[in-house]
Ligand binder design. Structure first.
Ligand SMILES: [Zn+2]
Length: 475
């Protein structure tokens, strides 16, 4: 488990996720494993924190660095061994009977591994060895944290009937949808399970198999290439437009009617809850006992959130698959989604919500691995590339273009082009992609912005497009 696993050539890491239908007897076993994982994580985090505070206190008394209490090792192995010593004292009930043996020991080991990774990320981020946003010190997991645990060894099996999976200690659990895609691959030895992660999300237990999968990058034979180069613009109103460099619109995808309906219902439920006697009394600014009606509405809201999320995930997966299969070179913009969402405040609510809705980051992530699967290429525009402000007719760049302007009107009197804003941006992105891609091939393909078909495998598991989850495991 600890040694670094390297993915062989021609294989990729991919996750297959399924919803579980545990029996009434199995649900408590899943709960117990999740609780055990949380306990191991918190126990070892408390030990690490105590060790750090001890050293801080000693330092404040003027004790020399070499005489301080030694720093506890944060490696996975030593955290796991330490927990295995401690569990006899701490993982016991009030009457003294130990409970740790009721769960697979794998979940404790995995919790220690997660903690070790969290500590390392924090340390690397603090000392500048890790790029990107600052990583905080690991925090304790509360009872409201996501219930989650994982197995890396033991009996992890996808049953031949395509409707059950077997997990260590938990046993054989029924799976909601067919496991056909993964089962077939396992039977043909073109996939191997590395890890099974179980978590409670969207109101149910889910299992995610992280696998290495043999995948020759190629386009499925039945799919026709629609065009060789396209630009893809993700508009603010949940709209995606693709166009060729010649200005032909090849794809326009709006939010489905189902999705719009589900979102509207969600908003209506939120308004309803606001009229009911909720948990928070705004008049006195105190907590209070909510009404039964409010609680019912909250349940309906949670259910509707799941539905909206599922519809969005499904639509996004279908869209990215279509794009990656139908085109050879796909140009997209680079939105600093995180920055845009953070800088908004109340004034930008609409835009922020739309960006979050459109899931541009997720679209980008899916395109990244699907273009590798289907042997197409993704070209990302430079962060400052003015895809929306540039005129696709004459190339002049506007200084200002508000989000409300849905029609692009060129300021250049000789040109005077009037064109749909999103189509204009898509055409510009297509031209950018064409230019970058040919430049990249001329120079031997060393361009960093281009995802070449044979690029190294991403470390993050990729979701298969048949199953539901786009979420990474590390979250
Ligand atoms: Zn123009």
């Amino acid at each position: 488990m600890a040694e670094k696993f390297t993915v062989p050539d021609g294989w990729v890491v991919q996750a297959y996720q399924y919803a579980l239908d545990p029996t009434p007897a199995q649900s408590p076993v899943l709960e117990s494993h999740a609780g055990g994982a949380r306990f191991a994580y918190n126990t070892m985090l408390a030990a690490v924190t105590a060790n750090l505070s001890q050293r801080d206190a000693e330092r404040s008394y003027g004790i020399a660095t070499e005489d301080l209490t030694p720093r506890m090792s944060w490696s996975f192995q030593s955290l796991r061994n330490d927990f295995n010593h401690r569990k006899h004292q701490v993982a016991v009930r009030e009457d003294g009977t130990p409970w740790w043996g009721e769960n697979s020991k794998e979940v404790y080991a995995n919790a220690c591994q997660n903690l070790a990774a969290g500590l390392k990320n924090w340390d690397d981020s603090r000392t500048g060895r890790r790029q990107g946003p600052r990583v905080g010190f690991p925090s304790f997991k509360s009872k409201r944290s996501t219930k989650k645990f994982a197995f890396t060894t033991g009996t992890i099996r996808v049953e031949a009937d395509r409707h059950h999976v077997t997990l260590p200690r938990v046993g054989t659990v029924r799976v909601h949808e067919s496991t056909r895609k993964l089962a077939r691959r396992l039977e043909h030895a073109t996939a191997r399970v590395l890890k099974a992660t179980v978590r409670f999300a969207r109101g149910r237990w889910l299992v995610s198999f992280t696998c290495v999968v043999q995948r020759a990058p190629q386009r499925p034979a039945h799919v026709k290439r629609v065009a060789s180069v396209v630009g893809v613009d993700v508009g603010v109103n949940d709209l995606v437009v693709a166009a060729t460099p010649e200005g032909r619109e090849v794809l326009r995808v709006r939010a489905s009617r189902e999705f719009a309906h589900a979102s509207a219902k969600l908003r209506a439920l939120a308004r309803k809850a606001a009229r009911q006697h909720g948990r928070w009394d705004t008049a006195t600014k105190t907590r209070r006992e909510p009404s039964a009606g409010w609680l019912r509405t909250q349940q309906a809201i949670a259910k509707q959130h799941v539905r909206v999320g599922n519809l969005r995930r499904d639509r996004l997966h279908k869209l990215t698959t279509e794009l990656a299969q139908s085109f050879e070179v796909i140009g997209t913009e680079t939105l600093a989604v995180k920055n845009m969402m953070a800088a908004g405040g109340t004034g930008k609510k609409g835009l922020n919500r739309s960006i979050a809705d459109a899931g541009l980051g997720e679209l980008s992530r899916q395109l990244d691995y699907k273009t590798r699967w289907y042997k197409s290429v993704r070209v990302q525009a430079d962060r400052w590339y003015p895809s929306s402000k540039t005129c696709s007719g004459c190339g002049c760049v506007k200084t200002k273009l508000s989000l409300a302007e849905r029609l692009y009107v060129c300021d250049n009197n000789d040109c005077g082009l009037q064109i749909d804003r999103d189509l204009n941006a898509a055409i510009n992105l297509a031209r950018m992609a064409r230019a970058e891609h040919s430049a990249c091939f001329d120079t031997g393909g060393a361009d960093r912005k281009t995802t070449a078909p044979a690029a190294p495998v991403a470390a993050k598991p990729e979701s298969s497009n048949g199953s539901a989850s786009p979420q990474g495991e590390a979250a």
